[in-house]
Design a protein around this ligand. Structure first.
Ligand code: 13P
Ligand code: SF4
Length: 314
């Protein structure tokens, strides 16, 4: 980390200069700090970011999200340099499904179609028949012939919600998101009593007991759309509160109440992995062209197949 890191406006100016010099595109997820969202060339949910990564003509992709998202960008763009601000920005869902464990399950259930949530490692993707995101998960499950048994990995909560929505039985991998699991049903009920006019927006990674109280369940982009278009003026937001920055921009007159975690004194409703990214690390990544996502060609080819199947569904 040689050399001084500029501060304040000079830091923003340097990022701007390097972005041009490197012909880089900065992709940012809705859970990033607002200052990173404001800097990104494109912000979106997992599906939108994967599409943006696929379509970019930049030479360098700087992915401000978590590792599996940057890996997906690399799989879709093997010839481009894909950078992350912090290599330690992982995901508890991806960690919950090691490829060797999924391989053992597959060996015991050779007839199952494996549907994996995009929040998984590239190695897990290579063992998957089709990927989904929370935006298109229903469509992906419905695309599988009715006589085929399904294993859904790694998120048990998204899986349980899909079973309810599609009426389709699936065997569920028992993974979960540490952020969405922390939301307190008790806190939600109290907030609802105090704000009877508020609509509850929830991500399907939340537990079923919490989703039962939601007025709208969807991916980050779907929750944002509902906040913008539904005409309501107050929302309790049961997902990572980074999304509220875009909700406030899209519908500024509304009030947004972030749902706290079990321990209301901590910031545990914020994703600790997403929040590792900072402006300083963005500057360093563009300056040094590091840390870089590197993958072998065999893994890229095998992981691309289930992603392409998802993309082909539109
Ligand atoms: P979205 O695809 O809805 O943005 O979800 C990504 C994620 O990691 C949610 O925790
Ligand atoms: Fe993973 Fe949860 Fe963070 Fe999303 S919010 S990146 S699922 S740990």
């Amino acid at each position: 980390m040689a050399g001084q890191i500029p501060q304040g406006q000079a830091l923003l100016d340097e990022i701007e200069r390097l972005r041009e010099e490197r012909n880089a595109v900065i992709l940012g997820h809705y859970y990033q700090e607002p200052e990173i969202q404001d800097l990104a060339d494109f912000i979106g949910d997992s599906l939108q970011l994967a599409k943006a990564a696929k379509e970019t003509d930049a030479d360098v992709i700087l992915f401000c999200g978590v590792h599996f998202m940057a890996e997906t960008a690399k799989i879709l763009n093997p010839d481009k340099i894909v950078l992350v601000p912090d290599m330690k920005a992982g995901c508890s869902l991806a960690d919950s499904c090691p490829a060797e464990d999924l391989a053992a399950f597959k060996a015991e259930h050779p007839d199952h179609v494996v549907v994996s949530y995009i929040n998984c490692t590239a190695a897990t993707k290579t063992l998957t028949d089709i990927i989904c995101t929370s935006s298109n998960a229903k469509r992906v499950v419905e695309s599988i012939p009715a006589d085929k048994p399904i294993l859904f990995a790694p998120d048990k909560n998204l899986g349980a919600w899909l079973i309810k929505e599609t009426g389709r039985h699936m065997d569920l991998w028992q993974g979960s998101c540490i952020v969405h699991e922390t939301f307190s049903e008790q806190a939600l009920l109290e907030l609802k009593v105090r704000n009877p006019d508020a609509k509850v927006l929830a991500h399907p990674e939340c537990e079923p007991s919490l989703l039962a109280h939601a007025d709208h369940v969807g991916s980050t982009s779907q929750l944002l759309k509902f906040a913008k278009d539904s005409g309501f003026e107050k929302f309790i937001v049961a997902t990572e509160p980074g999304i509220i920055h875009q909700m406030e921009k899209a519908h500024p007159s509304a009030e947004y109440i972030p749902l706290p975690g079990q321990d209301e004194t901590c910031a545990c409703n914020e994703c600790p992995f997403m929040r590792l990214n900072t402006l300083e690390k963005i500057y360093l990544a563009l300056r040094d062209l590091q840390p870089r996502i590197e993958m072998d060609a065999e893994t890229i080819a095998a992981a691309k197949k289930p992603l392409d199947r998802m993309m082909a569904l539109g």
